[in-house]
Ligand binder design. Structure first.
Ligand SMILES: C[S@@+](CC[C@H](N)C(=O)[O-])C[C@H]1O[C@@H](n2cnc3c(N)ncnc32)[C@H](O)[C@@H]1O
Length: 293
């Protein structure tokens, strides 16, 4: 239902000169029969379950696998993963992870979902405990430290996989980056490009980054979320923080003409990079050996 009583954003929306884009539910057959609220409720960032589903698809999940949902927030992704894939999800968050059981249908999945209140930098798990790690819209809070990749990779089994998804800049910030792109400054300083995250994990020499790429709908995710909030919440009673966030996202979208502010997915496999595929003096035939044949 569309509810629009008062919008302090009318002038910004008019400046945009086009409607905010909405991701059609039909483009994600896995959400057939769901509403837009089902896809967005309980999520604390952009992308909703659309992004969660695209992330999950990379992981080749199978029933019974042990998954860490790192920075799980209110648990919407933990419920989604447990329900759709039958995996056992440890929903890890430093703030009230047990709120996962407030989500519709979560109680029936309680044998598959374990909330764990913990700091992502002090995890109470044994090494090699997880088949997969899933981290959505949370990595920038705790994962930028040089020592974080080797730390978090410890908790994966050999050949285990991790997926990270969330906001990114297409390229790194520079001194000339427009002020409108510095969303939630200084938190935005921890929001990097897909290439930055790829190198960050590769430097550990303990993971092969299979892909780290802009999501094709990375810009739309911003628009889709703002559109959903404006259609379902009453601006006259919205908390000040949320009003400010919507205004700042709209200002950012107005300034961005070529997809600088987006979302990405990084997918990696634990394990040393395959040294055999690297050209080394030992496995490269010297040009002189074939010359003249
Ligand atoms: C933007 S919310 C995203 C939540 C959820 N993944 C989602 O997509 O809705 C970021 C989450 O990261 C959690 N978080 C931030 N820093 C953390 C840390 N050091 N350890 C554990 N959780 C943390 C916050 O409590 C919050 O729930």
């Amino acid at each position: 239902m569309t509810r629009k009583i008062f919008s302090p954003f009318d002038s910004l929306l008019a400046e945009l000169r086009r409607p905010l884009r909405e991701i059609p539910l039909a483009t994600y057959p896995e959400f057939t029969g769901c509403t837009r609220a089902d896809v967005h409720d309980g999520l604390q960032g952009q992308g909703g379950l659309f992004l969660a589903s695209d992330m999950a698809k990379t992981l080749r999940l199978a029933p019974g696998m042990r998954i860490m949902d790192l920075g799980s927030g209110r648990g919407a992704t933990a419920v989604f993963l447990a329900r759709k894939y039958g995996v056992r999800v440890f929903a890890v968050d430093e703030y009230k992870p047990d709120s996962v059981f407030e989500r519709s249908g979560a109680r029936e999945l309680s044998d598959l979902i374990a909330p764990v209140r913990a700091d992502a930098r002090q995890l109470p798990f044994a090494e090699g405990f997880f088949d997969r790690i899933f981290c959505m819209n949370a990595h920038f809070y705790f994962a930028t430290d040089d020592l974080y990749p080797p730390y978090i990779l410890k908790f994966l089994k050999p050949d285990g996989e991790m997926v990270i998804g969330g906001p990114c800049y297409r390229d790194e910030l520079t001194a000339d980056t427009p002020e409108e792109f510095l969303l939630e400054f200084p938190a935005c300083l921890a929001v990097h490009s897909p290439l930055w995250w790829k190198r960050h994990f590769e430097r550990s020499k303990e993971a092969v980054v299979i892909a780290s790429e802009l999501h094709p709908r990375g810009v739309e995710f911003w628009e889709d979320r703002v559109k959903f909030l404006l259609e379902t919440e009453d601006c006259s009673t919205m908390p000040k923080g949320r009003l400010g966030m919507i205004r700042d996202i709209l200002r950012m979208l107005l300034r961005d003409h070529d997809g600088f502010v987006s979302h990405f997915i990084l997918h990696l496999r634990k394990g040393a990079p395959d040294k055999l595929s690297l050209p080394t003096p030992a496995n490269v035939t010297p040009p002189s050996a074939t010359a003249g044949r």
